[in-house]
Structure formats: C-alpha cells, structure tokens
Design a protein around this ligand. Structure first.
Ligand SMILES: [Zn+2]
Length: 94
C-alpha cells in the first residue's frame, strides 16, 4: 500500500463526514415523514456524527502537532493543506 500524506487522509475523513451528514439528513427526513416526528432520529444522527468526528483529532501536523481541521479556535469541515501554525506542507508524504 502506498503511503499517503496526512492531508490526504484528513481529506478522505472529511469526505466521509460529508457523506455521513447527507445520509443523516435523508434519514431524519425519512423518519419524520414515516412516524411524524424526528427527534429520536435527530438524536441518533447527532450522536453518530459526533462519534465519527472524534477521528478528526487524529489528523495533526507532523511538525508541531497542530490539528489540520482547526484554524485557531475555529473548527472547519475541511483540512488545511499547509499548517496554519508552522507552515509545513501537509500534502507531502513524510
Ligand atoms: Zn505545524
């Protein structure tokens, strides 16, 4: 298996999260149409996405340890290509 950069792995995770959100929205709408309310479906989806999102914490800059998904205090759904703290090119395979 070819080694991939931390950015590529983070991007793959971000894509999975986007697909997860899309499936979650469809699931909530379907349950709402089916049983008339969606609060339980909503709770399940939020919990599922929260659990899946914990993986984001594993994508860190190999130089300084700064997380790819954080720009200072902000968390974005898409990873940085360049570390916003030390400027390391995260698309390069270490
Ligand atoms: Zn860094």
């Amino acid at each position: 298996m070819a080694s991939v950069s931390v950015y590529q792995r983070a991007r793959r995770h971000a894509l999975k999260m986007l697909i997860g959100v899309a499936i979650g929205v469809v699931f909530i709408i379907a349950v709402d149409a089916w049983i008339g309310h969606s609060s339980i479906a909503f709770a399940i989806v939020i919990f599922g996405l929260f659990m899946a999102n914990i993986g984001i914490l594993g994508f860190n800059c190999p130089t300084c340890g700064s997380n790819l998904f954080f720009r200072g205090p902000l968390m974005l759904p898409w990873p940085n290509k360049t570390c916003n703290r030390c400027g390391t090119d995260l698309t390069k395979v270490a």
